[in-house]
Design a protein around this ligand. Structure first.
Ligand SMILES: Nc1ncnc2c1ncn2[C@@H]1O[C@H](COP(=O)(O)OP(=O)(O)OP(=O)(O)O)[C@@H](O)[C@H]1O
Length: 775
């Protein structure tokens, strides 16, 4: 197929061999030049970062500037480190004689023209590298793939795209798939790698699609959905850098192990400013570690919960039955009757603001009524004349009412200040209190607020499904943040004053600066005013937009990417749509793999409430992971339920069919251990997938294996539940007792291997699988 090293033989081959060596040498020199350029950038950033951290004796303004610079440079350094491996991976030779090298970032020479040396893969100029074909060469004569190890060029693969050229090059790879197949067959490492060298045309179209609105990407297992989603994030950050670095990109993935698995892809593409989160992390300050039963997950995720919570909250806005007696500290008993309270409640609800923000409206009416009551009592003319109290007296009484602890306590009973956590914990403790949920649903989600151990109370952990409910509650309750805003305004004022002081000092020392040898340098006062300087001062302490966004529930992300989107519940979609009010979203998933009881069945049903049918839809149909032999067997599972089910087409076959072994229940763990040992010897990564209940009997037979909630996927052998295997991949998968998996988990687990699949069981296999294995 390809000729990486040239061949010796007759004279012509010998000449070709020589030419090949020469070309390899030329490419090596070019790659050396690029690395030298990268080193220079790194040195400069390192020097600048060190410089910025060094204390400066004078010139506070310079210190401010330098602190900001130190932060920026250290980020740049991290980004430069990330793209070291495989810096340059391609080259395109245009018909007009121009040649471009393609790489992970763009690099320019340090000359006066800033000559481009390396083209960023995301730049429009690089696009033909991914799209050109013999039929549509897009102005290219040749496409070349460079393979490197460290800084050494180890192989070249060429495709001649100009059909008029007849002489084969030294590295001709006519079908163009050697590099792709090399990547697909490579041993897995337990960390997902980027695909920037081999993005396929159908994937490229999605990666570079315009980002206004919602883009849905559907595809079966292994079609590159995750890879495409991550490369799209990198592309958007490149194409719309200014805006998206300010507003941040959020990527939501199914679980911690999965996020670890994909965590290195974006840094390898030179992007670090993205927030990767699981659904259980989307409510600031909470990491949901609890688990729900499938039934509870389904109930909590149902869209009707929004209404249930709203009604439950309305119940918390109570009325006296029939009157509330308030023992005022100085004025004896006051009474609040039901009708008066109802009037106050009506007015407060009429304000159409969230509960906590409406509370002052309610309180105002109640205080008003109680003041009138007291004024009537104290100033009443026994002979029926007008009240003796003048408006100033009444205003004084109003103050006494408003500041009375007894009155405040009464208001709290009727219209309590609530936090989302308190409100939800109360609700989950008695989910049927208001009669808004059927009894069996209420029973499914009922839970104690926590446990007591002696005098120590440990609150029950929140679950991922609770996170969506907490967010819903936070919306209903609103945050009375007037105190926080006042504090922020005060801080801003102080910072501006401080900055003005800095400028004054700078101005006072100006004469000195002008005598200094750096006298050509402009003083800060020449280029900034106090407010701007204060802003910069503030920026100095600032984290990246992504980090700030993670702590701000009301943050509006510039773009949101959801992987395994089929697993999100209706309530979680509500949360996400609040985080992305501009609806700039890329949603990737496969409804055939839906496993979550609250997960979706169709895109339409999920998206209609937010965008109607105004979303773009793309399909990926080629499976890059699972060889045809394995896919044929795995597809039998969904096909049993839906005879029309169309599995993605595998891009390669290995000739190795899945195998099955039946064992007695006693001997199964040992058989699994032995099979895992053999698989590990073959190299790469092995996953033993088994129901949780079997883990403790299997683990002793899997020495060195990683297991548990967050298994280390870089270990040679890992033990996973079927659900944990979602989104991951391994060289070999050993599926243990697959007849005990849920159907959607079974399809997921069977499609994880890149090379080999074994089924080990003591009970009969699911029928469609047994038939497919015999076929
Ligand atoms: N163009 C490509 N070049 C090289 N490898 C690719 C390409 N596209 C996909 N792959 C590889 O195929 C494998 C499957 O990709 P990915 O995990 O993105 O698929 P997926 O559709 O998200 O799968 P699933 O839904 O089963 O989790 C990965 O190893 C990925 O690197």
């Amino acid at each position: 197929m390809s000729n990486e090293t040239g061949t010796a033989g007759n004279g012509q081959e010998g000449r070709q061999d020589e030419r090949g060596r020469e070309e390899l040498r030329t490419e090596q020199e070019y790659v050396d030049l690029l690395h030298a350029c990268l080193d220079a950038l790194r040195d400069r950033a390192e020097g600048a970062a060190d410089d910025a951290l060094r204390p400066v004796g004078k010139g506070h303004q310079a210190q401010l500037e330098r602190s900001i610079a130190a932060f920026e440079y250290s980020r740049t350094l991290a980004e430069l480190d990330g793209i070291e491996e495989g810096l340059c991976f391609g080259r395109i030779d245009q018909r007009d004689g121009v040649t471009h090298h393609i790489g992970r970032i763009g690099l320019r020479a340090d000359d006066s023209e800033r000559t481009p040396l390396l083209i960023d893969w995301r730049a429009p100029v690089a696009r033909p590298f991914y799209l050109a074909t013999g039929l549509h060469p897009m102005g290219l004569r040749r496409r070349r793939h460079l393979t490197t190890r460290g800084r050494t060029v180890t192989a070249l693969h060429d495709e001649t795209l100009d059909l008029r050229e007849t002489a084969p090059g030294a590295f001709e790879n006519p079908s163009g798939d050697a590099v792709l197949l090399g990547a697909l067959n490579a041993e897995r490492t337990g960390r997902m790698g980027d695909i920037v060298r081999t993005i396929q045309a159908e994937q490229d179209e999605i990666i570079r699609a315009p980002h206004r609105g919602v883009l849905v990407v559907e595809g079966g297992p292994g079609t590159g959905k995750t890879a495409v989603a991550l490369h799209r994030a990198a592309y958007l950050l490149y194409a719309d850098r200014e805006r998206l670095h300010r507003s941040a990109v959020l990527i939501v993935g199914p679980g911690g192990a999965f996020l670890n698995y994909i965590g290195e892809v974006l840094p390898s593409l030179g992007e670090t400013g993205v927030w990767l989160a699981t659904p259980g992390e989307l409510y600031p300050g909470i990491k949901a570690t609890g688990t729900d039963t499938p039934r509870a997950t389904a109930v909590k995720g149902d869209a009707r919960m929004a209404d249930v919570l709203a009604r439950t909250l309305a119940d918390r806005q109570a009325l006296p039955d029939p009157v509330l007696e308030i023992a005022h500290e100085d004025h004896g008993t006051l009474t609040l009757d039901r009708e008066t309270a109802a009037g106050a409640r009506e007015r407060a609800r009429g304000a159409l603001v969230p509960h906590n923000l409406a509370r002052p409206h309610f309180a105002f009416r109640v205080i008003d009524a109680l003041t009138a009551q007291l004024a009537d009592r104290l100033g009443a003319d026994p002979f029926g004349g007008p009240n003796f109290l003048d408006p100033t007296d009444v205003a004084e009484l109003g103050k006494e009412i408003a500041t009375s602890p007894a009155v405040q306590a009464a208001i709290d009973t009727l219209w309590p200040r609530l936090t989302p956590e308190k409100f939800l914990a109360d609700f989950l403790a008695e989910p049927d209190a208001g009669g808004h949920l059927p009894a069996e649903d209420a029973d499914a989600i009922r839970r104690a607020p926590g446990t007591w151990s002696g005098s120590v109370f440990t609150p029950a952990p929140w679950t991922p499904a609770d996170v969506a409910l907490l967010d819903e509650a936070a919306e209903l309750l609103g945050e009375d943040d007037s105190m926080r805003r006042a504090a922020e305004a005060r801080k801003r004022r102080e910072e501006a004053e401080y900055a003005q002081g800095v400028l004054d000092v700078a101005a006072a020392s100006r004469t000195y600066e002008f005598e200094d040898e750096e006298s050509e340098v402009l003083g800060a006062q020449d280029i900034v005013d106090a407010e701007r300087l204060a802003e910069r001062h503030e920026e100095r302490d600032r984290r990246s937009a992504a980090e700030r966004a993670a702590e701000d529930r009301t943050w509006a992300f510039g773009h949101i990417i959801v992987d395994e989107a089929q697993e999100l519940s209706a309530m979680m979609w509500r949360l996400l749509m609040r985080r992305g009010p501009n609806r700039s979203m890329t949603l990737v998933g496969d409804p055939a793999q839906t496993a979550d009881p609250a997960g979706m069945r169709s895109w339409d049903s999920v998206l209609a409430p937010y965008v109607g049918d105004r979303y773009a839809y793309r399909r990926l149909d080629v499976n890059y992971r699972t060889p045809a032999e394995i896919m044929d067997v795995a597809a039998a599972v969904p096909r049993a339920a839906d005879p029309g089910f169309a599995a993605p087409r595998s891009v390669r076959s290995t000739g190795v069919r899945p195998w099955a072994g039946a064992y007695g229940a006693e001997e199964l763990p040992r058989a699994v251990g032995e099979a895992a040992g053999r698989a590990a010897e073959a190299g790469g990564r092995v996953a033993v997938v088994a129901p949780r209940t079997l883990h403790h009997v299997l683990l002793p037979h899997l020495p060195g294996a990683s297991a548990g909630e967050s298994p280390d996927l870089t270990r040679p052998v890992v033990l996973l539940t079927p659900r944990q295997s979602k989104g991951l991949e391994f060289d070999e998968v050993l599926a243990v007792e697959p007849q005990r998996y849920e159907e959607s988990d079974l399809y997921v687990a069977l499609t994880r291997p890149t090379q080999r699949l074994g089924l080990l069981h003591s009970e009969p296999l699911p029928e469609p699988l047994a038939i497919a294995l015999k076929a």
